[in-house]
Design a protein around this ligand. Structure first.
Ligand code: HEM
Length: 509
């Protein structure tokens, strides 16, 4: 009897809570969508037709309103489309929107205390301390490591080129990026996902998306959309096997390096120095211990950040490589110009692929830029309002605690900002016929992508080394569809296929 009464109370409570949530925007004077029980405006995600990013893109495309009230499941949020307001939220009025509002609870769950999720002063302090790890000086120091993975990729592709094979470029690009980040973030040598796609380094990360147990589904969707639910259910942001894998790897690596006085030029080294409170200025990589021997970061805190570098970097960088190669095969003229750019630039550098020669390739740069416009690796930006905000020239206040969503895919494909937006046209960036403020594939303002230079370099090394050594041809001329099961904007599995051929007289470096 008591159980029935408690269940009834719970159901009544839930129904009235959801009803209240679903009428939230009715009392505000802004255009808004009607919520549909029980998924608000995100039914297409649950039906596995859309990802979070593409579901928000659909809403963007179907509306003309500059501010639109929407429901992320049962959480009210606003989608903003007005370029001035977007800029205000991300840059000018950042003090009202400095958090993402995603799941974070470092006291109970140390791995959630990463730079992507941290809030307020804690985020600011960590961002200030981590920023010097991503300068061009530090990046130059990592270049040879990234190139060594590029060389492995070229070696691996030789036999496919001999056979004139059809390759799934999304899959191969993901394996190359996994190896690159294993080396330059986790500091792990000898991990070859390129040769061994079932290496635990990759399968563990894959399992995060593929495990569809109810706990995992709640966890994965709530990290972004309903962080409170994770706390209420006393869950953690990552499953136990993943937390253990990262913390063990980080602990072993730090202990090994410190015991053997080993110094490498990678992000792990940088974090070891931060932990030891020693200098991280300029291009110093030495392990020095603070006079008092105190440690400013725990192993878990280091693991949390190394893990987020891996997660934030993998899908975004690998999809950029895949889309660039795919688009170039769709247009022979662009492909020829890309190859010519590589050839002519390398001639000026004695044929050597190095940091400087890659940075000098102008057409390659335009192609990668255009890929990131047409296919922004992270298709949404989100912020939480941290202090009531009066929208300029409108009688509307964004209340503290409200989620604000920006469809990066929407603005990137908006004809108002990028004429002929569906066309892949690298030359658009040499004209003035586009809205520069709305070209923000790495976000913008103080909370933009901390590692955008690194992302670009990892992408360009792969694109340049593959185009230098091989020819690629389209199997058919068609637009790609997007995957629904990921946060990043990935092409549907198995769709991004192209043909690889030998490039007569060239050899891998
Ligand atoms: C082509 C590759 C990449 C793309 C397109 C990309 C894109 C983005 C975007 C759009 C954001 C959100 C910015 C905002 O909210 O304003 C972001 C944040 C972030 N990205 Fe990247 N990213 C890439 C590569 C990487 C790599 C390689 C790493 C790490 C090694 C990385 C680490 C991060 C981190 C830590 C943040 C959160 C920064 C903060 O909150 O302070 N990203 N990225």
């Amino acid at each position: 009897m008591i159980v029935i009464v408690l269940l009834t109370i719970l159901i009544v409570f839930l129904v009235s809570f959801i009803r209240k949530q679903y009428t939230h925007w009715d009392s505000f004077d802004i255009p808004h969508l009607k919520a549909k029980f029980p998924f608000g405006n995100l039914e297409s995600i649950v039906k596995k037709q859309r990802s979070f990013g593409t579901a928000i893109y659909d809403i963007y495309k179907n509306s003309r309103d500059q501010i639109l009230g929407i429901y992320l499941f049962f959480k009210p949020a606003i989608l903003i489309r007005d370029p001035v307001l977007i800029k205000n939220v991300l840059t000018t009025d950042f003090e009202h929107f400095h958090d993402r509002g995603v799941y974070v609870d470092p006291k109970r769950d140390a791995m959630s205390g990463n730079i992507f999720a941290l809030e307020g002063a804690e985020w600011k302090s960590l961002r200030t301390r981590l920023t010097p790890a991503f300068t061009s000086g530090k990046l130059k120091g990592m270049f040879e490591n990234i190139k060594s993975i590029g060389t492995n990729l070229v070696d691996f592709m030789q036999s496919h080129a001999e056979e004139q094979a059809e390759i799934e470029i999304r899959d191969i690009a993901t394996r190359y990026v996994a190896d690159s980040l294993a080396l330059i973030a986790f500091g792990q040598e000898g991990i070859s996902c390129i040769e061994n796609p079932d290496h635990e380094f990759r399968t563990n990360a894959k399992q995060l998306n593929s495990n569809k147990s109810i706990i995992n589904v709640i966890r994965a969707s709530s990290v972004f959309i309903c962080p409170t639910l994770i706390k209420l259910l006393r869950l953690k942001g990552l499953p136990g096997f993943m937390r253990k894998f990262c913390i063990d790897m980080v602990t072993k690596t730090i202990q090994y390096r410190e015991t053997n006085n080993i110094v490498r030029k990678d992000l792990m080294q940088y974090l070891i120095q931060l932990r030891n409170n020693s200098s991280t200025e300029a291009d110093e990589w030495k392990i020095k211990t603070s006079a008092k021997g105190t440690k400013s970061m725990t192993y878990e805190q280091i693991a949390a950040n190394i893990f987020i570098f891996y997660i934030a970097g993998t899908e975004s960088s690998s999809s950029t490589i895949a889309y660039t190669l795919y688009e170039l095969t769709q247009n022979e003229n662009l492909m020829e110009r890309a190859k010519m750019d590589i050839q002519e630039t390398l001639e000026k550098h004695n044929g050597e692929i190095n940091y400087e020669s890659i940075m000098e390739m102008k057409f390659i740069d335009l192609c990668v830029k255009e890929t990131l416009r047409k296919y922004p690796g992270l298709p949404i930006l989100n912020r939480e309002c941290t202090k009531d905000y009066k929208v300029p020239e409108m009688d509307f206040i964004i209340k503290k605690g409200t989620s604000v969503v920006i469809s990066l895919l929407g603005i990137s494909r908006d004809e108002k900002f990028f004429p002929n937006a569906e066309k892949y046209d690298p030359d658009r960036f040499t004209s003035i016929d586009f809205n520069e403020d709305m070209y923000i594939p790495f976000g913008t303002g103080p909370r933009n992508c901390i590692a955008f230079r690194m992302g670009l370099l990892v992408v360009k090394v792969a694109v340049v080394m593959l185009l230098k050594n091989f020819n690629f041809k389209a199997l058919s001329i068609k637009e790609l569809e997007f995957d629904f099961g990921t946060v990043g904007l990935l092409p549907k599995e198995g769709q991004c296929k192209i043909k690889i051929l030998k490039d007569a007289d060239v050899k891998a470096e």
